[in-house]
Design a protein around this ligand. Sequence first.
Ligand code: PLP
Length: 396
Amino acid sequence: MISKRVNSLSESESIAMAKRARDLTAQGFDIVSLSMGEPDFPTPDHIKEAAKAALDANKTHYPPVAGIPELREAVCYKLKRDNQLVYKPENIVVSTGAKHSLMNTILSLIDPGDEVIIPTPYWVSYKEIVKFAEGVPVLVEGKIENNYKITPSQLEQAITPKTKILLFSNPCNPTGSFYTESELKEWAKVLEKYPRIFICSDEIYEYINFTGAHFSIAQIPSMFERTIVINGVSKGYAMTGWRIGYIAAQKEIAVACEKLQGQFTSGANSIAQYAAVAALGDNLEPSKMMNKKFQERRDLALTLSAQIPGFKTTVPDGAYYLFPDVSAYFGKKTESGEVIQSDYDLVIYLLNTGHVATVQGSAFGEKNCLRLSFATSNENLIEAFVRMKNALSKLK
Ligand code: PLP
């Protein structure tokens, strides 16, 4: 009954794992979750106030499909202030979260058979969105020795006459790796040789960056025209539930995304758009405070992780995930004699025995790892690591 298109789509593994943890909690189990992909902070007050004011002013009608003018202007202002990127409102399309912005972009650019280069580990939805558009994901392996980043020569080797897009997140979910200005300039030298390739630069974790400076590949003059910057308010302003994302792109792409969105959603929630205008203004103190907290938690998580034998991890420069290689536990037996054969087996074991929710690395294209979110309190982090250490010590 259900279409082949939908049947061929995988369920988001991180959402599935969060749901499993919630179900167990509802059954009365005391689960500590390290599976979530969202800040645990509330949305800052000045943003909530803007939403309340919009409600009181009856901003409750259909907004323009590509976003209210105030928000498209605010996005231009933010991109100029933070990234020195000059766009006009006609280059901006506001959507229902960065995930929707990404779907619009891929559907607007990809014809069946077009290839999309995706460095691994990648964010769960990239591969599925490309497949949904009947494109071909071309995975390029980022290795732990190189902080899970791909090199310019790996990038060049993956390019074929069918390559249409290079798609990546910076900082990266799930590894927290961050491609610096000089690394992106090395990529640009390769990409300059292939002018027909677009770059889809997902910068949703821009404000959760521990290196002190974000850099967008669109800031490289030769990359500007062909980069689609994907961003939004979910992560940097603790606004995941408001569902506001946006693209900044050349006009033809923006127009295509607007057309698509006009048929699918008629635009993003109007009240949330007014809230996003306030978010993108100059009061960045709450975002800075959250970034500082995430950095402290990153450091705590690294210390705790180092105490677990067999966990091999890189130091995340951004986002809020630790991505340890846990392959040392594969092949070991549980007390009841079951063999841990994969990352998934280990996730289920940690959930059922340790009561800690994590996500298997294979959901992100790296089967030797687990993703542990440190977007939670210090107490939760300490408790989760104690439980994991105990559970893992029982594997023989
Ligand atoms: N891009 C990456 C890399 C993400 O991790 C996420 C959310 O987890 C998104 C995009 C989606 O963001 P939004 O909640 O704005 O749809």
